[in-house]
Design a protein around this ligand. Structure first.
Ligand code: ADP
Ligand code: MG
Ligand code: MG
Length: 938
């Protein structure tokens, strides 16, 4: 189908341009005589890249024999060419002429003819539906002459002039960029003069005058007459669609959603059908199930005697589908049949636009509908029960992100609410607090126990403390990669960003939104899962899904209504299916018996990381202090002897909670100075005491000793300093004490009839020599404890792989390690040379914005860099020690995308925070199914 391309149009030339982010369409190989126009009857839904979502689905519906008005699609390739060169490919004009001719012959009418004219709509349609793209222009082809032909053919003058005024209005606004108010103002004036409330009541004579007025507006705004040539109308509209690919809003949206900038949009030209032909006509939208709740049964709105966007514009009250059934039973019955057909064909929830023209139903759009997290789970299992999809497919259709959304506390749906505005859902959760406008106030108020919501235009690194202190963060500017969004997500703080309707007056300590003022100290409720901002305090309830996860299905069902019950059952079924499908085991990071129990409830199959440093906080901090200040072996041993029973008791409790499940305990990791008081505070205290002549008092003398210890241990880069195994090698007895506590705890549990499966993990190893040295000491202690207990269970000793050198020398390290656990937080820091706490606040927003990375490497594993090290170490470790156990215990263990990587890399387990365990279970199952199709894991 390339007969239309004249010689001389070399479409290949564009492909020599080097592809850079942000440039359009470059780097693609194009056939010399590309087909740039496809009739709806030619394509199908697989061609979304070329025909865009709307075009591909119109083609699919046409293929299914559904009543779609005929038309054709101009490809994304034509758009890319145009955007690159600033002009359409020459052959496009001819191809459109030919397609138009086919359409005209098909329908027996000519575009913009003076008798019975063919009219078309010009509709944008990119691969992903996107805000900011040009809105559809309806009724293209009408002019001063064809409007009369239309009136004649339809036997309805009012309809013809209404259609013409709509064309000029839409064309003026979207193609010619004339402010919409100018037209609306005139329309309102006309209604007022005619003494009518709605547009359908405007009499013909007034409509004719209105058209004249609209044409004057166009003349006035553009300096030229409203184009009367139908083909020129079409060409201008098409070009405007192409141009709209690059509007600021579209670009911003693509950046936020990580959609490539060089896809371009298709343009659909579709024969008009008219919903505005009187009471037997109308237009509507419908869904094959409720996309908000997932409730089965169709759902939709209908507006009679209306065209296009009237339904969603809310200019008149819409009817429900039941009302529509009463009004036009035949069309309703056909629509119902088609909805069923589409759902069984797409095997998913469909979102549909239709129009009825004098009792005849037409389908104008369909797509697989977007849905909420709850609807995703419910619909997936409904479709399984209806035998439309398999359980594997159902699992593929829900995501860990959606499950995580369902686990956050929520605002009580039954509570009365006043929605103030909506921003972007940047970091989920439900936060209620008093409004504050600066970081210092946030910190001060939070310190006196008042929950606050920090409201800023945008945040910057100076706001960090305030963000930490606040329960929620709300900004009026910036997208999902803004500083506020990135930092809030990083620390799990609820955040709504880019709520553009909010005017923040930080100096005046007030905000205004849609006419409402909110002063500092007044309460707001923000929903980081939906982006909604409510006035006042909304009650927060625990998620029913969490009740299910923690207490089981029966407990959750007991408190759930019918719909929530179905949701919880769906989650249960899909999670259990994931558990069956997955190869990866899922463990939790937990430091106490309490956390461990909770993790176990959530489905954790072990502890992948128990951080022992948490056991030295609070009252026990002084014991570590004593260890640090010890001035000789005697004092040191005494301090260690005091710590031993405390540690042992911790481990006994932990091993009891995790009886029968593997439990990995990590030896002390952080630098010791973290257990000492703040250096500045201490120095000030000492200085003040000395200056006021109290330098000799005993308390002050102790402070002086402490200060010198703090000074001695001070490091400029603690993250890269005296910590982990280095600490174990330089503080005699410390690791030995911990190992003894672990071994004695295991022996105690075994003696009590338990099944302790403890593993000891050495942090921050970079060289096998470090591990050998530590092991020598540890093996001695283990043997001693075993002898004393008269035999003891084997305790595997392994290491973290969290330094690039450890990954690079994994072959050597595996000689001394019975397992590897990838510490991906530190491995990411050390691979990138990032200090997380510093860079997240200072440069990540910029990096995300500039596209250095599309997601923080601390949130989702950097496959190319950190991932390469992991793959290397996995392979080396297995070569040396085929039965080596391999896991990961960084926060990435609970990140959906990263879980897929860990599955593919061939790890045995992931370990993440208890709350993330269900997410990891679900994604591990999905990863197993995905890799079965893609060819397996390492
Ligand atoms: P959007 O992407 O905003 O949904 P659409 O191209 O689907 O844009 O169209 C906007 C409105 O115009 C919809 O209500 C659609 O049903 C209607 N519409 C589009 N093309 C036609 C047509 N050929 N005849 C009648 N109505 C149409
Ligand atoms: Mg639409
Ligand atoms: Mg670490």
């Amino acid at each position: 189908m390339c007969a239309g391309s004249p010689p001389g149009v070399d479409l290949r030339e564009a492909s020599v341009t080097v592809q850079r982010p942000g440039t359009i369409g470059a780097g693609r190989v194009r056939p010399e005589r590309a087909q740039l126009v496809f009739d709806f009857a030619e394509g199908d839904r697989t061609q979304v890249d070329l025909l865009g979502g709307k075009g591909a689905n119109l083609a699919e519906m046409t293929k299914l024999g559904l009543p779609v008005p005929p038309g054709f699609t101009v490809t994304t390739e034509a758009c890319r060419y145009y955007l690159e060169r600033g002009e359409e490919p020459q052959s496009l004009r001819v191809q459109i002429t030919m397609a138009l001719r086919r359409l005209e012959n098909d329908l027996g009418r000519r575009l913009g003819d003076v008798v019975d004219p063919l009219l078309v709509s010009v509709r944008s349609g990119a691969k992903h539906s996107m805000p900011g793209m040009m809105e559809t222009v309806l009724n293209v082809g009408l002019n001063d002459y064809s409007v009369k032909g239309l009136a004649e053919a339809a036997q309805d003058e009012r309809f013809a002039w209404d259609s013409y005024r709509r064309l000029i209005q839409m064309f003026g606004r979207t193609v010619l960029d004339i402010p919409a108010e100018r037209f609306e103002h005139e329309l309102d004036a006309t209604k007022a003069r005619a003494g009518v409330a709605t547009d359908v009541e405007i009499p013909v004579s007034a409509l004719v005058e209105l058209v004249e007025e609209f044409k004057n507006i166009v003349q006035d705004a553009t300096g030229r007459e409203f184009p009367q040539d139908p083909r020129e109308q079409l060409d201008l509209a098409m070009r405007a669609v192409f141009n709209s690919w690059n509007t600021d809003r579209a670009r911003l949206y693509r950046r936020r959603e990580r959609i490539q900038h060089d896809l371009g949009t298709a343009v659909n030209i579709c024969a008009m059908v008219f919903g505005n032909l009187g009471e037997t006509s109308g237009t509507g939208v419908c869904f094959t199930r409720d996309p908000a709740s997932g409730q089965p049964g169709v759902y939709g709105d209908y507006l009679s005697n209306a065209q296009g966007e009237d339904v969603v514009a809310g200019i008149r009250n819409t009817l429900t589908l039941e009302d529509f059934a009463a009004l036009d039973p035949a069309s309703h019955a056909e629509l119902t049949r088609i909805m069923r057909r589409l759902e069984t064909h797409y095997r998913d929830l469909c979102d549909i636009e239709f129009t009825v023209e004098r009792g005849k139903l037409w389908m104008l759009q369909t797509r697989v509908g977007k849905r909420t997290a709850a609807a995703a789970f419910r619909i997936a299992t409904q479709l399984v029960d209806e035998r439309l999809i398999t359980r594997d497919e159902a699992l593929a259709r829900v995501t860990g992100h959606q499950l995580a959304q369902l686990m956050f506390p929520q605002f009580d749906v039954d509570a009365e609410r006043v929605l103030l505005t909506r921003g972007m859902a940047a970091s989920p959760g439900a936060a209620v607090g008093k409004v504050v406008f600066d970081s210092a106030t946030a910190v001060a108020w939070a310190a006196r126990g008042e929950p606050v919501v920090l409201v800023r235009r945008e945040t910057n690194p100076d706001d960090l403390e305030g963000m930490i202190a606040a329960t929620g963060v709300l900004t009026s500017r910036g997208g999902k990669t803004s500083h506020a969004a990135v930092v809030a997500r990083g620390m799990g703080r609820t955040c709504v960003c880019g709520a553009e309707e909010i005017e923040v007056d930080a100096a005046g300590r007030t905000l205004s939104v849609n006419g409402t003022q909110v002063a500092e100290g007044e309460v707001l409720s923000i929903d980081g899962s939906t982006g909604e901002v409510f006035a006042g305090e909304l009650p927060v309830v625990a998620s029913p899904v969490v009740v299910y996860l923690e207490q089981g299905l029966d407990a959750a069902l007991a408190v759930a209504d019918e719909q929530t019950g179905e949701l919880v059952r769906s989650v249960d079924r899909l999670l259990r299916h994931a558990d069956q499908a997955r190869v990866l085991r899922v463990r939790a990071n937990a430091d106490t018996a309490e956390d461990a129990t909770r993790a176990r409830d959530m489905g954790a199959e072990g502890i992948g990381l128990c951080r022992t440093e948490h056991m030295f906080l609070g009252e026990r901090r002084v014991l570590i202090e004593r260890l640090i200040l010890a001035d000789g072996p005697g004092a040191r041993d005494a301090a260690l002897a005091e710590l031993l029973p405390l540690q042992r008791a911790d481990f006994v409790a932990l091993l009891e909670a995790m009886d029968g499940l593997p439990t990995t305990i990590r030896l002390l990791d952080p630098p010791l100075h973290e257990f000492l008081p703040d250096r500045t505070e201490l120095a000030v205290r000492v200085a003040v005491a000395q200056a006021t002549g109290r330098g000799d008092e005993p308390g002050v003398a102790a402070d002086v000793t402490l200060l010198s210890a703090v000074d001695r241990l001070h490091e400029s880069n603690p993250m890269l300093g005296l910590r982990g195994v280095r600490l174990g090698l330089s503080v005699p007895g410390l690791f030995a004490m911990q190992v003894r506590a672990i071994a004695e705890a295991a022996a105690e549990r075994a003696a009590a009839g338990g099944r302790p499966l403890v593993e000891i993990m050495v942090p921050l190893v970079g060289s096998v020599m470090e591990l050998h040295l530590i092991r020598d000491e540890m093996d001695g202690v283990l043997a001693e404890v075993a002898a004393a207990a008269g035999g003891a269970p084997h305790i595997p000793i392994g290491t973290m792989i969290e330094l690039p050198r450890a990954a690079l020398t994994a072959r050597r390290i595996a000689e001394a390690a019975e397992f590897f656990s990838f510490g991906t937080n530190d491995l990411t820091q050390t691979t990138w040379g990032f200090s997380r706490d510093d860079v997240e606040a200072s440069i990540f927003a910029t990096y995300l914005d500039k596209g250095v990375f599309t997601v923080s490497p601390f949130e989702s594993l950097d496959r190319d860099g950190v991932g390469a090290l992991i793959r290397m170490a996995v392979q080396a470790g297995r070569e040396v020690r085929p039965d080596i156990k391999l896991g990961i215990c960084g926060e990435h263990g609970g990140d959906p995308e990263s879980v897929h990587f860990f599955h593919d890399a061939g790890l045995d387990y992931v370990s993440c925070s208890a709350f993330r365990v269900p997410v990891a279970r679900l994604e591990a199952g999905r990863a197993a199914l995905a890799s079965d199709t893609a060819g397996g894991r390492l």
